[in-house]
Design a protein around this ligand. Sequence first.
Ligand SMILES: NC(=O)c1ccc[n+]([C@@H]2O[C@H](COP(=O)([O-])OP(=O)(O)OC[C@H]3O[C@@H](n4cnc5c(N)ncnc54)[C@H](O)[C@@H]3O)[C@@H](O)[C@H]2O)c1
Length: 455
Amino acid sequence: MLTTNQVVLPKIAQERLKRLESRTAKIGVIGLGYVGLPLSLLLSEAGFKVTGFDIDTNKVTDLEAGRSYIFRIPQEEIQGARQHGFTATTDFSHLSDQDAIIMCVPTPLTEHREPDLSYVENTTRAAAPWIQEGQLVVLESTTYPGTTEELMIPILEAENLHGLKVQGKGTAAEQGVFYVAFSPEREDPGNVTVARHNIPKVVGGHEEIATELAAVLYEGIFTRSVRVSSTRVAEMTKLLENIYRCVNIALVNELKLLSLRMGVDIWEVIDAASTKPFGFHPFYPGPGLGGHCIPIDPFYLSWKAKEYDFNTRFIELAGEVNESMPAHVVQYVAKGLNEHKKAVNGSKILMLGMAYKKDIDDLRESPSLTVIELLREQGAEVLYNDPYFPTVGRGRHYNLNMTCTPLEDLEQYDCVLIMTDHSDYDYEDIVSHSQLVVDSRNATKGIQSGKIVRC
Ligand SMILES: NC(=O)c1ccc[n+]([C@@H]2O[C@H](COP(=O)([O-])OP(=O)(O)OC[C@H]3O[C@@H](n4cnc5c(N)ncnc54)[C@H](O)[C@@H]3O)[C@@H](O)[C@H]2O)c1
């Protein structure tokens, strides 16, 4: 038995631990998207032997050819990782060679806005047959408390080929077990001020050996692991972080709506309040929530809460306010056009920004998609410009088939609508050449012009 951090490890975990500590361990990452690919690269850079698994053959082919499909990840990083032994595959049988397996697959909502755990379930089923004694399996996908214990572990136990059981919460077994933990991903897409490896990593194992193995694994790439007492605590931690953001964004969105009526500049208010050195953290209003996390994750908890006869009122209210924002933007487009004696119907509108957030190439749940739909319903002709999206085809909730319109001849548009405040745009120039600018992001801050409608 080896003792580490007050945890007594049986022999089957000791070997894995040594390899994790010396970074000679083999790590399998399942799901090579926005979370899994950067994680694979970090692990590879730290010296681990990394194998990426995905069902998307295009991604695997790209990675094997050293190509990147995520804007902010340069080719060279993929090629560097390849030289360190990083490979990608669709063949899950290679999972049996890994010391640890990390799952980073999507957790969206269904059409009825309920948790869609089909990706987690399918991935777990695909991985289960290959699980080996002493292996560590970590789930990173954001989800409600209980997913790891209630969904993942039963499948892994029932469908692995060696009759293995997850290490229970009592005495450490000497054989016949594997280890399971949950560790949420924390990422702020587009944020270049916080180095990724400086973001502390929360880890919660099904029991303490799993917590220890997962903590040591992540300490190989992050400055600090934060050990918590269970997978449920780790799952709930992620939801608290995102619900905190969702509720506070809803609060400033609501105050923006009121401030507009009162003739008060909410952005100036937030800047002034931010000078308070304690008890205030700024959040900013916008045209609605976007991304894979903030508009979705809170509803994982409100769905699970029903099992406990509990109504999560803050989450529901925040959802209601945030979801009303795209319609508010459309209302201000109509207001701006009206001042020019024009109707939305028949107007030609250039929307700036498809991404849900500045300087990123992600349009999942982007409010721009909803605004296009609402404007088209009212008879507007909508075009878009976004340096990050040459084209926009179809996704889970949209089917647009649009091509990026060059940012020129702005005079021809009845309205230029700023939906994303990308840094590449020259807002002075945009305002000077446009008839009307509706700004949902305060991107034109400081520019004095009667052509601007801020909303
Ligand atoms: N993107 C973010 O900024 C972010 C931040 C924090 C947490 N998260 C969470 O991380 C998880 C992953 O998000 P993402 O943004 O990386 O998603 P993504 O859609 O970018 O990537 C998921 C990948 O999983 C693959 N996949 C789907 N089913 C699979 C299966 N059965 N087997 C193997 N691969 C499969 C997909 O092909 C895709 O490449 C989600 O739960 C999300 O909520 C995301």
